[in-house]
Design a protein around this ligand. Structure first.
Ligand SMILES: [Zn+2]
Length: 84
């Protein structure tokens, strides 16, 4: 009888711990937001049209006046070429 009570209490305690873990705002310090960093070795290039930083592997490459230019999308590349 007492053993069952103890087991029941342990289960409730574990459940309580789990719930608190799932909701860090309820108790304890809020966790700092995870900062997303690009993969190691991934170079960031600036889009001269919208000034967004894009990883080289995802950037749209173009050669304008013999210069390599990177864009976040084809749309930016086209707009950049239109403007000059
Ligand atoms: Zn862009």
């Amino acid at each position: 009888m007492i053993l069952r009570l103890v087991i029941g209490m342990i289960v409730i305690y574990l459940l309580f711990k789990l719930i608190r873990k799932g909701f860090p705002a309820v108790g304890g310090k809020p966790r700092p937001a995870k900062i997303q960093t690009p993969d190691a070795g991934e170079e960031l290039v600036e889009d001269p049209q919208c000034h967004a930083y894009v990883p080289v592997s995802q950037a749209v490459r173009a050669e304008i006046d013999g210069k390599k230019v990177y864009f976040c999308s084809r749309k930016c590349l086209e707009q950049y070429q239109k403007v000059g």
